[in-house]
Design a protein around this ligand. Structure first.
Ligand code: DPP
Ligand code: ZN
Length: 886
């Protein structure tokens, strides 16, 4: 494959020379300068992973004068009938079976498959392995033994196939679209498949096929239906239509990521593809639909319009997460989806944003791009896109997307920058860019230059709200202040452009007296005056940051009465839930501060709110009730509590509040549990309402099991044995792992594994539940499980299900440092096999260290010092950051 042809001046001038690390001074047309730049590239070949660069023959005289490699290239040039032609043949030998990094071409169980993002292609063959180097991959010929590899796949359309001598066969694939190497894929193996079709809005029949190991074939239909829904949704919501005749998905069991959007040949982790009622939970079903959507949506946001360089990763990932979130919201319940997404953001991204790993969604440097697929780039990136939509409205947002994708970027076939250049306003690009760009257009006529700070500055801003009320004038005054915290390498930050969606409620009746209003905070401090439709005597209760309109920490001195009013009456479902979380947070933090935890009891307002939620029979989506009954996660509380924090104490405080709820509201919990328990003859159905019902029931079971006594174990045992699907079975199993010595738990451990009948995803669940069991002797149990014949360090899913899960538990922070020793032991072992997985483990384990108490900080630093001596630089990315902040 050669690059250069058809890419033209624009490509060279912008997307290569200008952004070479040392090449910014090279101007197009200055051949000597270009040659100098090329030479630097060749000298620096390791960085690029190539040792030969193909350039226009016209350039060669300048080039050969300076570079031996180019001279050799010229020597070998074949110019049949065309003096401008150059043919380069590279032969490489690789051993996929030995590729434990799972990057490049590797072997997994029943198939050979590839993972090229971010930099796998250079482990496959020499190439300019950068996302801005786009090439047409035509005539990709695969040849293999027909028995072991009857299926041969690559991107695009199959243009030829046939039998060869000696039991071998071949297939040739051609992809008509230019693409970066990270979207290239090959798969070869003995696979089963299901097929269906989708007809696009302009009448193109697309052949859909999903492949998996033979024994998994009956678990593929949910993925197929999800794909068809995704294709339809992208047409309806964004007008984006599929552009090829084939869409293949292959499920593979050894995979570093969740899934990969290779053009027309997605490769998916089996954990995000396979689903049957007895193998997958409701959460799994929803996640699969979301990820199938995500990878499909990449076909436009990522593939047809790709990233200029890896610094722009959030352009495709943040935007595509936003799109998959919207898809899931439209397929299920919008309020529920928003709550789930914010829960994830707070539990995974906020900790990252306050850690030594904090980075802007568009980082300015990285050591290994493979380790930059972070919650910040993905989830905060999605929040940033969502803020665009809040600021521009859905129509304005769509106008910008259309302009960007249909008129500006796609016709040029260019790679884009992360502020979606030209999408929102001319000013979002620097002047030089604009002068050169005849396509420069403006969809919305809004100046969003300041909004770019979201791309430049790391850290979760704190938004402080203060208010006053003039009953006579009926004027509500709200003062908003923002502070963006210091993060490694970044201090004294500029104010962000923050959309703050608010409403007002009457303090007497709870009635909404001011509907959704978007305030735009652009300065450090700003005061807004609002006129509600009624003027109550007392100050209205503000519903702030509705729908979580910006990824910030909101500080407002809510009293308990206001919170319970919001929990009961806010028209914004997200903020109803948020109010219960604020009450829950307060309850746990009060417990944490209590001198005598055993006798601590949360405020009555909190207990009443819980009681009201249990008694709420008006809310139709039972998931909303379920989420209101769950206390904020420990990882979220770790961000809210004031350091230094003792995680063991925090865990005990949260557990204590759970116990009090379970004891005091026992009757209410039991009543509701019985109400949502299915009748004996009720079938197990996977759909939104049924899933919500199960979600509520399983949260209630959690409360009913907190006592850990014989009666609790019996109830969980019954829940387990009567379960008709994986959701209920796993919920009961998880509760039972907390009472591991009960006869019910012992029986369940055996039964769960036997029922799995070797299904890897189910066995992963079996390991994961036990790895997060709420028991004191968790670490010895985990070590014992590592000796189980089903355990393997080489399969990322299995490794994560046991080792990585343990690293997220409170027991990992055991005061004696045994958990930290375990990490010190495991990370180098994993690193030797698969540095992407080990880097993730290290990040997950240690990123919160600065919030911990002094003793734990010391213990961690000591282990980190030892780790630095043994692990390779890829893992050290994380520890490098640790050094930045003392
Ligand atoms: N495959 C991963 C994703 O879709 C990385 N592109 O997010
Ligand atoms: Zn993605």
């Amino acid at each position: 494959p050669a690059w250069g042809k058809g890419l033209g001046k624009d490509f060279f001038s912008w997307h290569l020379w200008r952004h070479l690390p040392q090449g910014n001074d090279v101007l197009w047309g200055d051949a000597a300068g270009t040659a100098a730049c090329m030479q630097r590239m060749i000298q620096d070949w390791k960085w690029y992973g190539v040792d030969i660069v193909i350039i226009d023959v016209a350039m060669l005289p300048y080039f050969t004068a300076r570079c031996d490699a180019a001279a050799e290239c010229l020597e070998r040039a074949k110019t049949p009938g065309d003096s401008k032609g150059l043919w380069l043949e590279i032969e490489v030998e690789i051993e996929p079976e030995k590729n434990t990094q799972l990057s490049g071409l590797y072997y997994s169980g029943s198939m050979y498959c590839s993972q090229m993002e971010a930099e796998g292609f250079r482990r496959f063959t020499y190439f300019l392995d950068r996302p801005d180097v786009m090439a047409k991959f035509t005539s990709v010929r695969l040849e293999a033994d027909e028995k072991t590899c009857p299926i041969l796949l690559s991107n695009g359309n199959r243009t030829d196939a046939g039998k060869l001598e000696g039991g071998r066969h071949f297939a040739v694939w051609s992809d008509p679209f230019a693409k970066p190497s990270y979207l290239f894929a090959v798969v070869a193996g003995d696979l089963a498949s299901i097929t269906d079709k989708f007809t696009t809005k302009s009448g193109r029949d697309v052949h859909l096929e999903i492949f998996a190991a033979k024994e998994d074939k009956d678990q593929l239909w949910h993925a197929m239906r999800s794909l068809q829904r995704s294709m339809k949704w992208d047409e309806d919501r964004f007008g984006l239509e599929y552009d090829l005749d084939i869409y293949n998905i292959v499920a593979v069991k050894d995979f570093n990521m969740g899934a990969m959007e290779n053009k027309s040949l997605n490769v998916f982790n089996t954990s995000l593809t396979l689903a049957r009622e007895d193998t997958a939970t409701d959460d799994d079903y929803e996640r699969i639909e979301g990820v199938i959507g995500h990878e499909y949506f990449h076909n436009w946001t990522g593939n047809r319009v790709t990233c200029r360089d890896w610094f722009q990763l959030t352009l495709k990932e943040g935007l595509t997460v936003y799109r998959d979130q919207e898809f899931s919201a439209d397929m299920g319940s919008r309020a529920r989806k928003r709550i789930e997404d914010v829960r994830i953001l707070r539990a995974a991204q906020f900790p990252e944003d306050s850690s030594p790993m904090a980075h802007p969604i568009r980082p300015e440097k990285y050591a290994a791009i493979d380790n930059f697929y972070t919650a910040t780039v993905y989830n905060k990136g999605a929040e940033v896109i969502r803020m665009y939509e809040t600021l521009l409205g859905r129509d304005g947002f769509r106008k910008g997307m259309d302009l960007c994708f249909m008129e500006v970027l796609r016709p040029r076939g260019l790679a884009a920058r992360s502020e979606l250049e030209a999408l929102w306003r001319k000013d979002s690009k620097d002047k030089k860019d604009r002068e050169d760009d005849e396509h420069d257009k403006d969809a919305n006529g809004r100046d969003l230059k300041q909004f770019e700070n979201w791309y430049l500055q790391a850290g979760t801003p704190t938004l402080t709200a203060k208010d006053s009320w003039d009953a006579e004038k009926g004027t509500y005054t709200l003062t908003l202040k923002q502070k963006v915290p210091d993060t490694p390498g970044q201090t004294d930050k500029k104010p962000m452009h923050i959309p703050v969606k608010v409403g007002l409620l009457s303090p007497e009746s709870g009635k909404e007296i001011l509907g959704d209003t978007v305030l735009e905070l652009t300065e450090e401090s700003q005061t807004f005056e609002l006129k509600p439709s009624e003027a109550p005597k007392e100050k209205p209760v503000p519903s702030l940051l509705r729908g979580f309109s910006a990824p910030v920490n909101l500080e407002y001195d809510y009293n308990d009465t206001s919170l319970s009013l919001l929990a009961g009456f806010d028209t914004d479902a997200f903020n109803r839930w948020e109010a219960t979380q604020r009450l829950g947070t307060k309850a746990v933090l009060d417990a944490l501060a209590a001198e005598d935890l055993e006798s601590f009891r949360p405020d009555a307002t909190f207990m009443d709110a819980m009681r009201n939620t249990l008694a709420d029979r008006a809310t139709e989506d039972l998931s909303l009730l379920a989420y209101s009954l769950i206390l904020p996660a420990e990882s979220t509380l770790m961000q809210i509590a004031t350091p230094p924090i003792d995680p063991t104490k925090l865990h005990n405080a949260r557990n204590h509040v759970r116990n009090v709820i379970a004891k005091e509201l026992d009757a209410e919990i039991r009543e509701r549990y019985a109400e949502v328990t299915p009748k004996d003859d009720e079938p197990y159905v996977v759909d939104g309402p049924s899933a919500s019902k199960r979600r509520l029931r399983n949260v209630l079971l959690g409360y009913l099991s907190t006592s850990g006594d014989a009666a609790a174990a019996e109830l969980c045992g019954k829940h387990f044995t009567t379960a008709k699907g994986m959701t209920d079975k796993l919920a009961a199993f998880s509760c039972l792992t907390g009472v591991p010595d009960s006869p019910e738990a012992k029986a369940a451990v055996e039964k769960f594994l036997a029922d799995a009948k070797g299904d890897a995803n189910v066995i992963d669940k079996w390991f994961a539940s036990q790895a997060r069991a709420d028991v004191d002797d968790l670490l010895p149990r985990v070590r014992k499980l590592m000796e189980h014949p089903e355990f393997s360090l080489k399969n990322p899913n299995r490794l994560r299900s046991l080792v990585s899960v343990f690293l997220t538990t409170p027991q990992f922070h055991a005061p004696d440092g045994s958990g930290y020793d375990f990490a010190l032991e495991m990370i180098p072992k994993v690193d030797a096999l698969n540095p992407q997985v080990s880097a993730r483990m290290a990040n997950m384990a240690f990123r919160i260290w600065r919030r911990l108490d002094e003793k734990r900080q010391e213990m961690i630093l000591e282990r980190l010092g030892k780790l630095m001596e043994v692990v390779r630089p890829v893992v050290l990315v994380i520890f490098g950051c640790f050094r930045v902040i003392p």
